[in-house]
Design a protein around this ligand. Structure first.
Ligand code: ATP
Ligand code: MG
Length: 175
């Protein structure tokens, strides 16, 4: 019987979301069913939306609820929390549906570190999820209790990034 792992990609360097997608690419080839969920609206990168569509129905991608927009100053803290709660319930239902072998929670670390989602909710889901399901969490500033429970944690370390030279986001690299 396969053992579903809890996998984390964190750190300040580039490559967290793309590492999760890379892992999913490998898994699709092995016949696994994958769902990628997006916690932060507005950061969705169009490139992967298109490529994941081509891998459907084995690899699906869904934005969650209304998301949480970092730059949207019109959203009060309560509204942001309410949106995240809705998104979390949706993510929970998808994970517990038992339809998937791998679920990616993109940027979930961010909504936890920002105080919009209690870490206890996530730790409880680790216990409840189907045994075979691999759960991948991405985002900077992972909570230390998630690190304790996870099976595999990789921190992307920034050695150099072209942004610091003023090079703008490149098609196919950043989006
Ligand atoms: P990617 O989606 O390329 O795998 P990521 O998931 O590690 O990157 P995020 O923190 O989610 O990075 O940031 C989202 C966007 O910011 C992406 O377009 C990414 O290329 C860019 N980015 C990532 N790391 C850095 C960095 N150190 N400096 C500036 N921009 C970055
Ligand atoms: Mg990312």
């Amino acid at each position: 019987m396969n053992k579903g792992l809890i996998i984390v990609f964190t750190g300040n360097g580039k490559g967290k979301t793309t590492a999760a997608i890379g892992q999913a690419m490998r898994a699709v080839g092995q016949g696994l069913k994958i769902l990628m969920l997006q916690f932060i609206k507005g950061t969705w990168n169009y490139g992967e939306l298109e490529s994941i569509k081509r891998l459907g129905p084995d690899f699906k991608i869904k934005p969650l609820g209304k998301g949480f927009v970092r730059s949207n100053s019109k959203l009060s803290e309560n509204e942001a929390k309410e949106n995240v709660t809705q998104s979390w319930n949706q993510a929970r239902n998808e994970i517990l549906s038992d339809e998937y072998d791998m679920v990616i929670l993109d940027e979930v670390n961010y909504v936890i570190s920002y105080g919009l989602l209690p870490v206890e909710e996530v730790l409880t889901l680790f216990e409840e999820k189907p045994d075979r399901l691999h759960l991948i969490l991405t985002g900077r500033d992972v909570h230390k209790s998630i690190v304790e429970k996870a099976d595999l944690v990789t921190e992307m370390k920034e050695v150099k990034h072209q942004y610091s030279k003023g090079i703008k986001a490149q098609k196919g690299i950043e989006f």
